[in-house]
Every structure is written in structure tokens, then in C-alpha cells.
Design a protein around this ligand. Structure first.
Ligand SMILES: C[S@@+](CC[C@H](N)C(=O)[O-])C[C@H]1O[C@@H](n2cnc3c(N)ncnc32)[C@H](O)[C@@H]1O
Length: 390
């Protein structure tokens, strides 16, 4: 049986839950449409910590991640036919509610594949599935796997690594409870098995503890934890493209958790950064890889690039000569070490153009492109234009 807080989680629909749901639904719609276009006839969405299906909202029930995902899948005939959905929930009471919601949704949307569900622990259910696929010499279809625990418990690095290794198009989207990780690290030699499971071994848990103990400030400790976990994903799984979205507490300038996306393909990585950037809210007011709920000045974190540094990086790149917009908006954003996205680059480029710090050149490379199409009263900037310093 789950803890009381697992059930209480559904009694309030918070801004951070809405942000998480918005990221998921926007991303899976784009991701599955790309895979479908690449000839994928069988795609899989797995919600490993599915919850009860709905939240209590001020004006009645609000859809949780299972229904949000199904709504997106049902909204496109191509996805409705091709995406299999699987929902896992450990708590029997929440599971029973979930099954009712899923059955109800399917009865109203018979065009989607019938959702599948299981009452159990994510790691155990996934291990059984992967074992039986392996026995049959088969492998999982391209899958988007959502790992959304309330705390740290129940997340097994080795299962996540196995999912990613099992299929080159598998991706994982994970709720990383850094507050819980910090609390466990504070227990030092009494850490117990939870952190070892999250990181994949006891030796890694000890190594992280040593790194954190060598830090001298809370911000440094936070960055050490995130670097460690992101590096584990990049080096111990085939997911070379990892991006983290920081969610601040509602009432304090302290990080509550991160949402981490681990992908094996640069396109998914670039799309996810755009989606996260659009959902993000920072004290700078420019969007970003963070939901800053309490800060009135931005936190200087490695994971949330500052606006001025984006502008400076563009000007530095243009010092070596004229470049296409696509160099920033397509090429750089697909590099695994680049935390910026196309949306951010384009907004910064337009801002620099307005200030006269860069010039936009026609698609044929000759003459200033001063008459470009407008969208919502704003000049657009297609990938094919060129850019140079004045
Ligand atoms: C944050 S809630 C999930 C919310 C849901 N993904 C949503 O956005 O609507 C976490 C859920 O995971 C369940 N849970 C906790 N440990 C689990 C485990 N090891 N395996 C599967 N479910 C688990 C809890 O009972 C709870 O319902």
C-alpha cells in the first residue's frame, strides 16, 4: 500500500502539475507524429506511476497524465491507430479509480487502441515485460516512458537503463525529486537502499555523497547532484541527449524537483527543449528551462541559461562571419551539450536585430532582409536567412 501523501497528491491541482502535464502532452504529440512519419506502426506510451486518472480541481475533476496523454493520442487519427498505452499504478485504491477513468475514456473514444493497465510496482512490471520480450527474442516498440513518483522511492536506474537499451527510439521522462535526494544524502552512513536504487548501485550512492560533501554551498551541492545524475544517464545508458527542467517551490527560492528528459536522438532533444522553454517561467520573464514560482530575481543555475549569456554567445559566433539562422535554430540546438532551444535563439536574434547589433540578410546571401513575413504583428525569422554583424 502507498503512503498517505501519494493519495493526497491528487487532492490539489498545482501550477507545477499543470506545467508537467503541458510538457508531456505537447511533447508526445510531436514525438509520436515524427515516429509515425518514420514508418512506426506500433508506438508505445508507458505511464509507470499513473495515479488515479484525475485530480480534484476547484471546479470539479481535472485530467491527470493518463487522460491527458489519451486525449492527445485520440485527437489524431494516425496516433489513435498506432499508439498502445500502458498504465501502471501500485496503490490498489488509486488503481481502481484509474481503471474506471480509462474504461470511461475508451468507451467515449473507441477509435483508440484499448488502454492496458497493471496494478503493481513500475520496476517489477517493466522487468517482467522486458524479460518476456527477451525470451521471445522480441523487443519493445519505440516507447515514451513517463516515470513520475511522488518521492524518490520506486525508481530503479537499472530498469531505466534497460528500457533505453532495449530500443533505439525509447525515451524516458522522469520526475527527479532532488529534495528527497538531498534529504537521503543528509543521513550519510544511514542512507538505506533507496538512493542506491535511484543511481543503480551502492558505490554510486557513496560517490555522490563524497562529491556533495566536497561542495561549499547549497547551489553547488544541487549542481553536483544534477551533473552526477545527468552524466550517469549519458554514460551508462544510450541516452546521449539529456535535458533538465528545474521546478522551484511555490513559497521559497529552493528547488523542489527537476523534470529530466533522456533521449537517444537529437531531434527529440531539440523538440523537448522548445516545449520546456515555452512552458518555463523565469524571473527574467523570457521563458526558460525552469518554473521559478517564488523567485523575483533569477537563480544562477547551470541548468537555466541566462538571457544575456544567450545574446553574447550569438554575437561571439557571428564574429567569425555570416551564418544561417539554421546554424543556431537547428544545428546548435541538436548538440548534446547545448541547453538552448530554437525558440530562445530566435527570440534573442530578433531582439539583437531590433537593437541594431546584428543584420538579417536575404536567403540568397545578398542584401538586407528588411521585408519579411509578419506573424501576430511581429517580423518572423525563417531558418534560411543569413545573419551577420553590422
Ligand atoms: C505523482 S503521482 C502520479 C501522477 C500521475 N502521473 C499524473 O500526473 O496524473 C505518483 C503515483 O505513483 C504511485 N506509485 C508510487 N510508487 C509506485 C511504484 N513503485 N510503482 C508504480 N506506482 C507507484 C503512487 O501511488 C501515485 O499514485
Amino acid at each position: 500500500m502507498s503512503s498517505k501523501s501519494d493519495r493526497e497528491h491528487f487532492e490539489e491541482y498545482r501550477a507545477q502539475t499543470l506545467a508537467k502535464h503541458t510538457i508531456i502532452e505537447k511533447y508526445i504529440y510531436a514525438y509520436f507524429n515524427i515516429l509515425k512519419g518514420q514508418g512506426g506502426d506500433n508506438l508505445v506510451y508507458i505511464d509507470g506511476f499513473a495515479g488515479r486518472g484525475t485530480y480534484d480541481g476547484p471546479n470539479g475533476p481535472v485530467s491527470g497524465s493518463p487522460l491527458r496523454a489519451l486525449e492527445k493520442i485520440a485527437s489524431h487519427p494516425g496516433l489513435a491507430k498506432k499508439v498502445t498505452t500502458i498504465f501502471i499504478e501500485k496503490d490498489k485504491k488509486l488503481y481502481d479509480q484509474l481503471v474506471r477513468s480509462l474504461k470511461d475514456f475508451h468507451s467515449k473514444h473507441p477509435e483508440i487502441r484499448e488502454p492496458q493497465w497493471g496494478n503493481g510496482e513500475f520496476s517489477e512490471v517493466m522487468t517482467q515485460q522486458l524479460d518476456s520480450l527477451e525470451k521471445a527474442d522480441a523487443r519493445i516498440a519505440p516507447a515514451f516512458v513517463f516515470v513520475d513518483p511522488c518521492g524518490v522511492d520506486g525508481v530503479d536506474f537499472n530498469v531505466i537503463a534497460r528500457v533505453l537499451k532495449s530500443q533505439a527510439k525509447a525515451e524516458v521522462f522522469l520526475f527527479f525529486n532532488i529534495e528527497g535526494v538531498r534529504r537521503i544524502l543528509g543521513l550519510k552512513d544511514k542512507m538505506g537502499p533507496t538512493l542506491a536504487k535511484l543511481l543503480g548501485s551502492e558505490a554510486r550512492a557513496k560517490e555522490l555523497l563524497a562529491r556533495v560533501e566536497a561542495c561549499s554551498s547549497p547551489d553547488e551541492r544541487e549542481q553536483a547532484i544534477m551533473m552526477f545524475y545527468e552524466d550517469l544517464l549519458r554514460t551508462q545508458t544510450p541516452a546521449k541527449y539529456v535535458v533538465s527542467f528545474r521546478v522551484e517551490k511555490e513559497d521559497r527560492r529552493v528547488t523542489s524537483h527537476y523534470l529530466i528528459h533522456a533521449a537517444q536522438h537529437p531531434l527529440g532533444f531539440a523538440i523537448m527543449k522548445d516545449v520546456m522553454w515555452g512552458v518555463g517561467k523565469t524571473a527574467e520573464g523570457k521563458g526558460g528551462l525552469a518554473l521559478e514560482q517564488a523567485s523575483s530575481v533569477p537563480m544562477k543555475m547551470l541548468f537555466t541559461p541566462e538571457w544575456e549569456s544567450i545574446r553574447q554567445s550569438i554575437l561571439a559566433e557571428l564574429k567569425s562571419g555570416m551564418k544561417r539562422v539554421s546554424y543556431f535554430a537547428v544545428e546548435l540546438v541538436q548538440r548534446s551539450d547545448n541547453r538552448l532551444c530554437s525558440k530562445a535563439y530566435k527570440a534573442a536574434l530578433l531582439e539583437l536585430e531590433k537593437e541594431g547589433k546584428i543584420v538579417v540578410i536575404n536567403k540568397n546571401g545578398v542584401g538586407v532582409a528588411s521585408k519579411r513575413p509578419m506573424k501576430n504583428g511581429v517580423m518572423t525569422l525563417a531558418d534560411e536567412y543569413y545573419l551577420k554583424l553590422p
